[in-house]
Design a protein around this ligand. Structure first.
Ligand SMILES: Nc1nc2c(c(=O)[nH]1)N[C@H]1C(S)=C(S)[C@@H](COP(=O)(O)O)O[C@H]1N2
Ligand SMILES: [Mo]
Length: 502
């Protein structure tokens, strides 16, 4: 094969070169995914994060409030597209250099450039090298097949076709292979085995989980009191992968002395197991970003008090993913540092190795992947407050309507969860006539804990035809949930949930 026979007429970047480059880019992204899966080492991870951090707050708010989960999916899709384009530029560069020399180095240049760009963005060598090899392979194979076509005196058109076909075939197989490999990877991190320290496996856990199962109402389709699928909300589309053995939690700022705790330090402290519910300030009124779990952890005050605290003001919690949230020092009093969830080490998606739980407050200050507790003398904005949200305060009272069943006898059964943070839930009422008349719903028996949701259910004979079901909760202070509807932005959704039932 002789590369000197490259058609010199092929001006770059012709449509064909661009297509080959894009295919090579697809293979490169798949190669990165094959090794990194959905971790920050995946090329699209940091790019999606960068976009989420730098796009205008109004656009992000629109995405959260109007698009919901679709918004973050679009962001990931956009990041994958951008990553493909970036690798395609590397492939184009390879082709351009390859054309100007007598040596078959297009693939090598494409591979090296891709790997370099990837490592600069992700700081992860292995997935970057694999991405480079995948990109380079597509460029190399398309290059080879073209020179073969040319040297076998095939017509120019056919040479171009063969080149493109080789790129399609190699990119498709590398792409599918990479996707399958990446999807099969477990991205859960297992904690280091520390002798005698597995507080999430304590004997108290099983009975508590059993209690939650028993107290859950037997309403078909209603999530039990300990959520099957706990929602996740993150500023990044890939979760950090922290190594607990090198992780530490520091107490800094205006303290008498700064402190640092290792994972082992925390696991050897006195632990407690608490049911705590979380709800995201940015969720829809009847959304599903409200859940409950049994958490294992230690008191945050036990960690910060030895540092010597000032009289007042604030605390900033900082995390390994670049997230930070600030709130009054007083809210830290009942703060809990969780290392376990439902009898398991804290899952990566929920903050492994450790997260804060601040009872009664919106989800956002329950900082995951916690690395620093900074004591402040003056107020500062947190990540979401810089973007216009007011999500550091106590949650709004809500009764959700998630289940509408028709029973065998023709009656309707409705149900959901009610939550009011540390105020607790005392009562849930249901109206089946659009709010004219009200009846009490049945509530699940309360679980131990100060910040736990309850389930409610109500069964009734449906009036003929369409009717309006309305639900409202009364908190433990006797306050009725306000009727007036408000958007999640900026301080959380409120209003009575209403649904038309047929
Ligand atoms: N480090 C970090 N902590 C975080 C977030 C984040 O993006 N990064 N999201 C917050 C938000 S907005 C919410 S609602 C809760 C959600 O916790 P979950 O994902 O465990 O349900 O985590 C909070 N803690
Ligand atoms: Mo949130």
């Amino acid at each position: 094969m002789s590369h000197s026979t490259h058609p010199v007429t092929d001006r770059l970047p012709g449509i064909e070169a661009v297509l080959v480059a894009l295919l090579a880019g697809v293979a490169g992204v798949a190669g990165s995914f094959a090794v990194a899966a959905f971790t920050p080492a995946f090329i699209a991870g940091p790019i999606a994060g960068f976009m989420a951090r730098t796009l205008p707050g109004a656009l992000i708010t629109f995405s959260i409030v109007v698009l919901g989960d679709l918004g973050s999916q679009l962001n990931v899709l956009l990041a994958v597209g951008l990553s493909t384009t970036i690798f395609a530029v590397a492939a184009l560069l390879g082709q351009a250099v390859g054309q100007r020399t007598a040596y078959p180095i297009a693939g090598v240049v494409a591979a090296a450039t891709t790997a370099l760009i990837s490592v600069a963005i992700t700081a992860a060598p292995t997935p970057s090298v694999v991405a480079g090899v995948a990109t380079g392979t597509v460029v190399l194979l398309s290059d080879l097949s073209q020179s073969q076509a040319v040297s076998s005196h095939t017509a120019d058109l056919s040479a171009g076709r063969r080149r493109l076909l080789a790129a399609v075939a190699s990119a498709a197989s590398l792409g599918i292979g990479g996707y399958v490999l990446g999807s099969q990877q477990s991205t859960q991190v297992s904690p280091p085995t520390l002798e005698g320290a597995q507080p999430w496996a304590a004997p108290e856990i099983e009975p508590l989980l059993a209690e939650a199962a028993e107290k859950s109402l037997g309403v078909s389709g209603l999530e039990p009191l300990v959520s099957d699928r706990f929602y996740e909300v993150d500023i990044n589309s890939t979760d950090p992968t922290l190594d607990a053995t090198s992780w530490s939690l520091t107490v800094t700022g205006t303290v008498d002395r700064e402190l640092s705790y290792s994972y082992e330090d925390i696991l050897s402290m006195e632990v407690d197991h608490q049911f705590v519910s979380l709800r995201c300030v940015g969720e829809a009124l009847n959304g599903k970003k409200m859940d409950n779990a049994l958490w294992t952890g230690v008191s945050i005050m036990d960690l910060v008090e030895p540092a010597g605290l000032p009289e007042d003001c604030c605390v900033m919690l900082r995390a390994a993913d670049g997230f930070y949230e600030e709130f009054p020092l007083s809210a830290l009093q009942d703060g809990f540092l969780a290392v376990g969830m439902n009898g398991e080490p804290l899952p990566r998606g929920h903050g492994y190795p450790a997260r804060a739980l601040i009872p009664g407050h919106w989800g956002e200050i329950n900082v995951k992947w916690l690395t620093e507790i900074e004591i402040l003398e003056e107020e500062q904005d947190g990540y979401w407050e810089e973007r216009g949200w007011h999500g550091t305060g106590p949650v709004n009272t809500v009764a959700k309507l998630h289940v509408i069943n028709t029973l065998d006898d023709g009656r309707k059964q409705v149900g959901g969860h009610a939550y009011a943070g540390v105020r607790g839930i005392d009562r849930v009422e249901v109206s089946t006539d659009g709010g004219d008349t009200w009846a009490d719903a049945t509530l699940s028996e309360p679980l131990p804990g100060t910040d736990v949701w309850r389930q409610w259910t109500y069964t009734y004979d449906p009036p003929g035809g369409e009717h309006e079901v309305v639900v409202r909760a009364t908190d433990g202070m006797g306050a009725l949930q306000p009727e007036e509807k408000s958007s999640p932005f900026p301080s959380g959704p409120s209003g009575w949930v209403t649904k038309t039932v047929r």
